[in-house]
Design a protein around this ligand. Structure first.
Ligand code: 5GP
Ligand code: ZN
Length: 114
């Protein structure tokens, strides 16, 4: 595990987080600076730096992340009203933490991104 990766530390239990879901492949926890009433980060346990680094072997993992996102959205009462699932990829995509993650945002009307 990369020593300086905060998400690897959270996954290893070496840094705190408010978990809402965990299984063999992924963890999900509350974003430390929420941009909406619900702002959850869905993070694979495997350290993949960014979306461009995925390979054929990650196909199942990526499908699983979507199923987990829908499960969390349903559990939090967002499935009817809707929500947003986003990945920020590299610099121009606004990525800050280089451990692949998806933002699950909801609980208010979200506007178009710029
Ligand atoms: P990115 O821009 O890389 O897609 O998003 C990184 C997200 O991680 C940001 O929304 C930021 O608030 C969140 N974040 C950064 N450090 C921590 C942390 O230590 N704990 C938690 N829970 N969220 C973090
Ligand atoms: Zn990592």
């Amino acid at each position: 595990m990369p020593q300086d990766c905060i998400f690897c530390k959270i996954i290893a239990g070496e840094a705190p987080a408010e978990f809402v879901y965990q299984d063999d492949l992924v963890v999900a926890f509350k974003d430390i600076r929420p941009a909406a009433p619900v702002h959850i980060l869905i993070v694979p346990r495997k350290h993949i730096p960014d979306l461009t680094a995925i390979t054929e072997e990650d196909k199942e993992l990526l499908g699983h992340i979507h199923l987990v996102a829908v499960k969390i959205a349903k559990d939090l009462g967002l499935a009817e009203r809707g929500f947003r699932l986003i990945n920020n990829c590299k610099e121009e995509g606004g990525q800050v933490i280089y451990h692949l993650h998806f933002h699950l945002l909801g609980g208010r009307q979200l506007r178009l991104l710029g």
